[in-house]
Design a protein around this ligand. Structure first.
Ligand SMILES: [Zn+2]
Length: 119
């Protein structure tokens, strides 16, 4: 599956170990074309496959993203590879303004790359 990546370098710490994440967070809004974004970049909407199909009116989106912690000493590592963890990618006025840790509600299934809020 295609997805985009945001690199929240120095702005996001792993909830398991507290280390700054140096890898990217995969997410799936805007044109889905393996774009690489930095924080505060504007989302691109030119492409055959956009999610949602067009930019929301206010350009505000909260969506689930995924990351692997880079720290081999992190408790999220099992054997030689970290488990996938969830993050919340926040888009305001069509710019990526935040990446936060996201605790999956225990009583709910979260759809892959779920869009939590949109306006
Ligand atoms: Zn970690």
């Amino acid at each position: 599956m295609n997805f985009n990546t945001v690199h929240p370098a120095l702005e996001f710490v792993c909830p398991c170990c507290g280390e700054k994440l140096t890898s990217g967070v995969g997410f799936c809004v805007g044109a889905v074309l393996r774009h690489n974004y930095q924080m505060r970049d504007e989302l691109i909407w030119q492409g055959a496959e956009c999610r949602p199909q067009s930019q929301p009116r206010l350009g505000n989106i909260k969506t689930v993203g995924y990351f692997n912690c880079d720290n081999p000493a992190c408790s999220s590592w099992t054997d030689c590879f970290p488990e996938v963890q969830y993050a919340l990618v926040i888009v305001e006025d069509n710019r990526i303004t935040g990446v936060e840790s996201f605790a999956v509600p225990a009583d709910a299934e979260v759809a892959e790359f779920a869009i939590i809020e949109m306006a």
